[in-house]
Design a protein around this ligand. Structure first.
Ligand SMILES: [Zn+2]
Length: 174
């Protein structure tokens, strides 16, 4: 049984407890292996036939944890997938939370939708699903832009009126 440093990967004698290079507590060599096997296991599960073509969104999860759950379901059937932050939610408030798109290669899209129970033509993100504050913000922005435009138009009209008004008076005095 050899000890290995999880930081630098150096091997150490069984009676040492810390890496003399990094000061990191040493672990048994076997303990370092599982993540690698997990990756290999994942790679083995992927069916090459499901990994071809352009990326296609097949579902939207409510948050990262749900997205990872769906990814696991797809991988069990050999479909590799990516998780992306849904469009419109890539602002700082939504970095940790917020909906996620599940994206797969086009050749795996139909199988993925079947596994996830998503009808192929179903609208995945109806506009009504947007949070209330987004709609309120849109209305406020629209009102502000209308006010700004109205202010300019009225201001321009008043300025024109002010320029014209003196001229008849000036004409009368001549
Ligand atoms: Zn080390």
């Amino acid at each position: 049984m050899t000890l290995v440093c999880p930081g630098c990967g150096r091997h150490h004698a069984a009676d040492e407890r810390f890496c003399d290079a990094c000061g990191v507590p040493l672990v048994h060599h076997d303990a370092v292996l599982p993540p690698e096997t997990e990756l290999r296991e994942k790679a083995r599960k992927v069916r090459p036939g499901y990994a071809e073509g352009p990326l296609t969104r097949v579902a939207t999860a409510r948050h990262q944890a749900e997205a990872e759950l769906l990814q696991g379901l797809l991988l069990e059937e050999g479909i590799p997938s990516l998780v992306r932050r849904s469009g419109g939610f890539d602002v700082p408030d939504f970095l940790a939370a917020g909906p996620r798109d599940i994206v797969v290669a086009a050749s795996g899209a139909d199988a993925a939708r079947e596994i996830l129970g998503v009808p192929a033509r179903m609208p995945l993100r109806p506009p009504a699903a947007r949070p209330a504050w987004v709609r309120v913000l849109a209305v406020v922005l629209a009102l502000v832009s209308i006010l700004v435009i109205a202010t300019f138009v009225v201001g321009a009209a008043l300025a024109q009126g002010a320029q014209r008004r003196p001229s008849p008076v000036a004409g009368a005095t001549l």
